[in-house]
Design a protein. Structure first.
Length: 430
């Protein structure tokens, strides 16, 4: 059987889709990029916020409307974990629904492949320069706005031996960057009673795959970034001085309503990271328009961003999620106010990002090439697209590099120009 898989949502869903594909390929089923050539259509959904749910439903509807007789349509993932009835009511012709981490159940429902297909077994496709490594799933944090604990359940860490084996498999395929993801990466090992489990895991991964030059850490929790973790990151040669720490707000009053760590805790974590890695790149995420957010509290958020000068900022307007404590709050902020505040925050963050990029002009950097083929620059010469260590895949900026280089190449270059999010680079090779 040939299947076509659509993955929506975050990097953690990407990893889940990879594991689903492993289960299907082990049963000798094969992927196809063309929906009309597939026997089975699969959608791995996201249900984190209303916009993600709407995108999931739109995607399912589109595939359902265009599928031919005999094609099956399966829906899996976060949205079907918490809102299976909503999916069934919206698209009643879906053939099967599954929750999270159900890749073996999906493979069992599909069954073994018809021997007539004679499809060879295959691992992950070679050639991609980066790969995600999901180190744990679920979450025990009490955030009042978040539905993830309901979807994913209690935090459970993956075994270090399995993660090391997966990292080695990626390295064997030529991957140059491993991106560690989880709902809360800094909780790794807590469910087994381990202290500083993430620091220990980083040491194992760094030693196991020295040929992978970049190991990147995402989704750290404020207050759980210890001095030991920061110093371990600084010491390991292939762990990048980059950290994504979603802070959610810059007002202690709002953070208290969110049941998140306060600013004193956040500042302590940020100080520990900057002390250990003076050149660290910091990414964070904020929610604007949380129930009851006043103009004064929003101004405190802007002041905090100005104070900390984050290299990268992501933001969301608050969207109530049924079943969360915040959804029952009566003081919802008008949508127009949310959008105005979002615009003001992103304008400030963009200016800071541009200043950070301009400070790099004239400096040498390494660019990890991502594009499979060069494009033509305005000047007429070839240019490839990649990233420096300062930019995580899919969420941060890009580096445009003059010349022709294969995907996965690490090229030493000079920064010649800076855009608000992206860099313009010239190779230093003779």
């Amino acid at each position: 059987m040939r299947y076509h898989l659509v993955t929506l949502g975050c990097a953690k869903n990407t990893v889940d889709s990879m594991r689903l594909e492993q289960a299907l390929r082990s049963a000798r089923h094969a992927p196809t990029a063309a929906p009309d050539q597939a026997d089975l259509l699969l959608v791995n959904t996201c249900g984190f916020i209303d916009a993600a749910k709407a995108e999931s439903l739109d995607t399912i509807r589109a595939l359902d409307a265009s599928r031919r007789p005999g094609q099956q349509l399966f829906v899996v993932g976060c949205m079907t974990q918490i809102a299976e009835r909503e999916v069934r009511d919206a698209i009643p012709t879906v053939d099967a629904t599954f929750g999270v981490e159900a890749w073996d159940a999906v493979a069992a429902r599909v069954g073994p492949a018809d021997p007539a297909y004679d499809i060879p077994l295959a691992g992950a496709a070679p050639g991609a320069p980066s790969a995600y490594l999901k180190i744990s799933d679920g979450c025990d944090r009490p955030c009042t706005f978040c539905i993830i604990p309901t979807i994913k359940g209690r935090m459970h860490s993956d075994a270090a031996a399995r993660l090391v084996a997966e990292a080695r498999a990626h390295a064997a395929l030529g991957v140059r960057e491993l991106v560690l993801v989880a709902q809360d990466s800094t909780a790794y090992g807590e469910d087994r009673g381990e202290r500083d489990g993430l620091a220990a895991l980083l040491e194992q991964l760094s030693a196991a795959v020295p040929v992978v030059p970049w190991i990147r850490l995402m989704y750290a929790y404020p207050g759980r970034v210890t001095t030991q973790l920061a110093e371990t990151m600084a010491r390991l040669p292939n762990v990048l001085p980059y950290l994504d720490m979603p802070l959610q707000h810059g007002s202690d009053a709002v953070l208290q309503r969110m049941r998140r760590p306060g600013l004193r805790v956040a500042r302590r974590s940020l100080e520990a990271v900057r002390a250990a890695m003076p050149d660290v790149v910091l990414r964070t995420t904020f929610i604007v328009g949380f129930p009851g957010e006043t103009e004064a509290e929003f101004e405190q958020l802007l002041d905090f961003v100005e104070e900390q000068r984050f290299d990268h900022v992501g933001a969301f307007t608050y969207s109530p999620q049924a079943g969360t404590p915040a959804a029952a709050a009566a003081q919802d902020v008008p949508q127009a106010v949310k959008e105005r505040r979002y615009g003001a925050l992103m304008e400030l963050a963009q200016g800071i990002s541009h200043e950070c990029n301009r400070a790099l002009v004239g400096r040498e950097v390494e660019v990890l090439v991502e594009s499979q083929a060069p494009s033509q620059a305005a000047s007429g010469g070839p240019v490839v697209v990649g990233r420096t260590f300062r930019d995580a895949p899919e969420v941060d900026g890009l580096a445009f590099l003059k010349g022709t280089y294969p995907a996965g190449a690490l090229v030493r270059a000079r920064v010649d120009g800076a855009l608000p999010y992206d860099l313009l680079c010239t190779p230093l090779e003779a």
